[in-house]
Design a protein around this ligand. Structure first.
Ligand code: FES
Length: 158
C-alpha cells in the first residue's frame, strides 16, 4: 500500500473535438478544478479512437485511459460514438486478457456544456486509479503470457 500513498497516476484522455474537449475547455475557462493527472488528446470524434491508441498509451506508461465523446444520439458524425462504445467493450475484454484491470479504462459521455460533470468524472477517475496503484505494464504482460509459455514448454517436453 505504501507504493500507492504518494502515487500520481498518469491518465491519457481521448476526447471528441465537438463535445468532451469543449467540456474540458469550459471547465478550464470557468476555473473548475480537476486533477492535473490527465493529458488530453483531441480526436475529431470518439469514433476515431483506434484500439491501438489505447494499448499504445498503456504500453507508453499510462496508468489509465479515459475515452470521452458526445452522448449517444448526439455524435456529429451520426453513429460513430456507437462504434466507440463497441471498441470500448472490446478493449475492456482485451485488457483482462493482458492481465490489466479493466477499470483502468473508462468511458464518459459529456456534451460541450457539461464542463462541471466532466471535471467531476476526471476527479473521480483519478481517485479510483490512485486506489488501483501504478500499472506495471511489463509485469502484467509477463503474468498474462506465463500460462501460455508454460503450456508450450510442457508440449515441447512431452
Ligand atoms: Fe463527438 Fe462523434 S462527434 S463523439
Amino acid at each position: 500500500m505504501a507504493d500507492t500513498e504518494h502515487f500520481e497516476p498518469v491518465i491519457i484522455g481521448f476526447t471528441c473535438n465537438w463535445c468532451s474537449y469543449r467540456a474540458a475547455d469550459l471547465a478550464g475557462t470557468a476555473r473548475m478544478k480537476y486533477p492535473p493527472n490527465i493529458r488530453l488528446v483531441r480526436l475529431m470524434c470518439s469514433g476515431r479512437l483506434d484500439p491501438t491508441f489505447v494499448l499504445k498509451a498503456f504500453s507508453g506508461g499510462a496508468d489509465a485511459v479515459l475515452v470521452s465523446g458526445c452522448h449517444p444520439g448526439e455524435c456529429h458524425y451520426l453513429e460513430q460514438n456507437y462504434k466507440a462504445l463497441r471498441r470500448f467493450m472490446l478493449l475492456k475484454r482485451t485488457l483482462v486478457q493482458l492481465g490489466i484491470e479493466p477499470d483502468r479504462l473508462r468511458l464518459v459521455w459529456a456534451s460541450a456544456a457539461e464542463g462541471a460533470r466532466l471535471s467531476e468524472e476526471i476527479t473521480k477517475f483519478t481517485e479510483d486509479v490512485r486506489k488501483l496503484g501504478p500499472l506495471h505494464w511489463n509485469t502484467s504482460i509477463e503474468k498474462a503470457s506465463k500460462p501460455i509459455v508454460d503450456h508450450k514448454l510442457e508440449e515441447v517436453a512431452a
